[in-house]
Design a protein around this ligand. Structure first.
Ligand code: GCV
Length: 751
């Protein structure tokens, strides 16, 4: 309640410059009255409402605005809702608005490791952990609690689902308690991720068999101990039998056995276990065309329906693989008729540009939430939401100012999945920058744009699957056990998941949906479900191969358009964020071109079918580095080949530097020079560009991109505009290496 009161004061002070007077009694003048229904009953007996936990009522009573709920958390949510209304300029006259969250469990998961790193986190180090302990300064945790509360989120898992067994050591609970204390004032209950092997790995038992009574007793004692330290712990998250984590399969037991043994230990404390449905074998034989990772969640869980205890919730990812740029809704959603279920959405942009690309994910999530499974809409099946947030210590939480829209959108949808993407984009934009149709337009088109240049038609994100999941690497998904296969070869592309000739995955959908995916598959998902020849015609009338070419060009062109559109906002968005976002979009435009060229060239070489529009393989104004006059620089082959133009780049191995030059052959006039160079993480090489004797630009390659290699992740673009060039001018690139970084570059393009 104190948080609700302080937030009301802070909000009105911030927006109206007025400090509300605090009183315990209800005054005669205008007032904002905060309290639970029980608190207010004696003074406002006319207030009658039938509210669930966390729901709130905003109601005008005489000259007062009353914000009430059955619990303190609900009042806090009501305050945030009222402040949002004021900030959005909505009327607060004659209020009588009751809001009830659709799902009672609205959690975020943080994949934070105890050493302070974050698995798939792009906004800096952990706000919770440092060097194996809770951070000494937990002020960012309490700010995070406030942020989460403003979105109606009521639980936060504070450590990675790839759980460190130390989290359950007896002397560790004070660390958890310290974090819980920082979240508690915001109504955010703490959750811990646990390792199923703990009874053996830290418990001194020789087994973690869930049916062994000693194991059950261990879990019970452990949970009693944990709740003694954190009495309001919301529960636990557990990843078992997945990606190297131990699980019930070690003893031939079921997931219900595993979940229930922990659930029974939690039950006396009112705790929940969110048991992850993300179970699959990552050593599957690629050569077996019947193998299919997409089948795994359904195959593993559906037979246990009805066998889970009531405090078990199965946490199911939105799609059957893992957070790809496009996947169909997981067929497990709603298939468990007697089991509670959560949808797991990924806020952190693991496969979506990792905090460097503008990708508003709400339209993607909405597609799943609104999906008609044949026996109901996905959102109607859900008891819980889990969003993988992975915020970090960076000032803006995510490493850039725009990714916050996804946390905002997640919270709003967990509260009310019927909100539209447009409404959420509009709210966030207005609250963050002030209303702007331009920003809303960018947000709403950004997922489609990202999909177009990274993996359209259901191909999934064509990224470095076995590495950093960031840059382009078309074949990285193939010939390994991870199961993110697209099976492109010289004749065709796509996974055959049909019942008749493929893996049978389509048969996991309810019949009405299976029929559509089988016989009338939407173009967007065609290659997820079917293997087709490159000449196959889509509903659009175009061939698959031409569509792949066209969409990659459209996607890359769209990002260039974002840069132009963002520039129209100069002076209307605060300067700091204007510049940050501009740089981000300019970088993204360069990346989009790398993706475009890599994917289209890869498919051109593989299919041997030319682009009808003659773009693929033809790059007007481009001069390959390896074709320049080189002094010190040496040509090298880049792996994978498609990530460098012509498969090659040049590198410098001389501390004093190297040069590469060529003569301009184009028409005289004002030109833009673009240098495609490589920015690895192991140094900060220096580049200088000269036209004749005049230096026109210089920079250091000092971005923090996640690779030490020359590849699609490190490939970056420098744009030098407004340069006067005459035919015959010499253009020279001087590069000076630094540590492991070789001042490499790929080509220069002049426009
Ligand atoms: C926490 C994907 C990610 C992993 C993640 C896993 C999961 O495979 O790449 O980093 O592990 O999903 O959701 O458990």
């Amino acid at each position: 309640m104190a948080s609700a009161r302080d937030e009301m004061l802070r909000g009105v002070r911030g927006m109206a410059g007025r400090t509300l007077r605090l009183e315990d009694a209800i005054p005669k003048e205008n007032a904002i009255v905060l309290g639970t229904l029980a608190d207010l009953h004696a003074r406002l007996p006319q207030l009658a409402a039938n509210l669930k936990e966390d729901a709130f009522l905003l109601k005008t009573v005489g000259s007062a605005i009353v914000v009430t709920a059955v619990n303190d958390r609900g009042v806090l949510y009501g305050v945030f809702a009222l402040l949002r209304k004021i900030a959005l300029g909505e009327s607060i006259e004659h209020l009588n608005e009751q809001q009830t969250p659709r799902a009672a469990i609205r959690w975020v998961n943080q994949w934070d490791n105890l050493d302070g790193s974050i698995e798939r986190g792009y906004g800096g180090q952990s706000i919770f952990w440092d060097n194996g302990r809770a951070r000494a300064d937990l002020s960012r945790v309490s700010e995070y609690g406030r942020l989460l509360a403003s979105l109606g989120i009521n639980g936060c898992a504070i450590n990675n689902v790839n759980a460190d067994r130390r989290i359950l050591l007896s002397d560790f609970s004070p660390q958890i308690a310290a974090i819980a204390a920082a979240l508690r004032p915001w109504g955010v209950r703490t959750v811990v991720s646990i390792d199923f092997g703990s009874p053996k790995s830290i418990g001194g038992l020789d087994t973690f068999d869930p049916l062994d009574p000693r194991v059950a007793a261990w879990w019970k004692a452990k949970m009693d101990e944990l709740y003694a330290a954190v009495p309001d712990l919301a529960g636990v998250v557990m990843k078992a039998d997945s990606e190297g984590r131990v699980g019930p399969s070690a003893y031939g037991r079921t997931h219900a056995d595993a979940a229930n043994v922990v659930a029974r230990a939690l039950q006396p404390h009112g705790g929940l276990i969110l048991y992850r449905g993300f179970v699959y074998d990552h050593h599957m034989d690629w050569n077996n065309p019947k193998n299919d990772r997409a089948r795994a969640a359904y195959d593993n869980f559906v037979s246990s329906d009805g066998k889970f205890d009531p405090n078990v919730v199965i946490q199911i990812k939105n799609g059957p693989i893992a957070f790809q740029v496009r996947e169909p809704a997981s067929p497990l959603l709603g298939a468990l008729k007697k089991t509670r279920q959560a949808i797991e959405l990924q806020i952190t942009q693991e496969y979506m540009g990792q905090g460097r690309a503008l990708v508003f994910l709400v339209p993607q999530w909405k597609e799943t939430l609104d999906f008609q499974m044949g026996d109901g809409r996905v959102s109607g099946f859900l008891d819980a939401f889990a969003g993988v947030a992975n915020v970090g210590l960076d000032e803006n939480w995510f490493g850039n100012p725009m990714s916050q829209v996804n946390l905002y959108g997640y919270g709003r949808l967990a509260w009310n999945p019927d909100l539209s993407a447009r409404q959420i984009a509009g709210e966030w934009t207005a609250l963050t920058f002030g209303s702007s149709e331009t920003i809303v337009r960018l947000l709403l088109s950004s997922w489609r744009t990202y999909e177009n240049y990274t993996g359209p038609l259901g191909l999934q994100t064509l990224t470095d699957i076995v590495g950093n999941h960031y840059g382009v690497a078309v074949e990285a998904s193939e010939r390994n056990g991870w199961g993110q296969w697209h099976r492109a070869d010289e004749k065709g592309v796509g996974m055959d998941r049909t019942v008749e000739t493929g893996t049978g995955y389509i048969g996991q959908y309810r019949p009405a949906v299976a029929r559509i995916f089988q016989a009338n598959c939407p173009d967007d998902l065609l290659l997820f479900f079917h293997h087709v020849p490159y000449g196959y015609r889509l509903h659009s009338g175009k061939t698959v191969i031409q569509t792949i070419y066209d969409l990659h060009y459209e996607g890359a062109e769209a990002v260039e358009g974002y840069v132009r559109e963002w520039k129209t906002l100069e002076g209307r968005v605060d300067e700091q964020r204007y510049t940050q976002v501009l740089h981000q979009l300019e970088y993204q435009a360069g990346q989009a071109q790398v993706w475009r060229d890599a994917v289209t060239n890869w498919f051109f070489r593989t299919s041997n079918i030319a682009d009808e529009k003659h773009r693929v393989g033809n790059y007007p104004g481009r001069v390959e580095a390896e074709a320049m006059t080189l002094s010190g620089y040496e040509a090298v082959a880049v792996t994978p080949w498609e990530t460098a133009s012509g498969g090659k780049a040049v590198e410098c191995h001389h501390a004093q530097g190297c040069s590469a030059s060529f003569y301009f052959e184009g028409e005289p006039g004002w030109h833009t020079i673009r240098v495609q160079y490589f920015d690895q993480s192991n140094g900060a090489a220096r580049y200088q560009v000269f036209v004749g004797a005049q230096r026109v630009d210089e920079w250091r390659a000092d971005d923090r991109l996640p690779t030490k290699r020359l590849d699609g992740t490190s490939s970056a673009r420098r744009t030098i505009s407004g340069i006067a060039l005459r035919k015959g001018d010499e253009i020279r690139i001087d590069g000076t290496p630094d540590q492991g970084e070789t001042a490499a570059f790929d080509y220069v393009e002049i426009r």
